[in-house]
Write a protein of this length. Structure first.
Length: 86
């Protein structure tokens, strides 16, 4: 679920909980709205967790010219900590 999907579920659940005055036999619209809000919150938190990127900058000397003071900068990005390095 994406972040936008989680926000949409939260909004839909809030509308069903607080703005709808409709009754169906055997269904409680308020409870359905609360369930949608909780599901949307869980999806939003999961989407934010998946978006977390770990960045590490490694500077290495250039091996061709040992007397030069230049360095090579390597950027490594991983989506999760448990993923192997690229």
């Amino acid at each position: 679920m994406t972040i936008a999907g989680g926000i949409i579920l939260i909004m839909l659940g809030a509308i069903l909980t607080w703005a709808v005055e409709f009754d169906l036999a055997g269904l409680d619209i308020n409870v359905i709205g609360v369930v949608l809000m909780i599901g949307g919150l869980a999806g939003l938190l999961f989407g934010l967790y998946r978006m977390h990127v770990t960045r590490r900058v490694i500077q290495q000397p250039i091996p061709e010219d040992p007397h030069a003071r230049r360095t090579t900068t390597v950027y490594e990005e991983r989506r999760r900590i448990d993923e192997p390095p690229l």
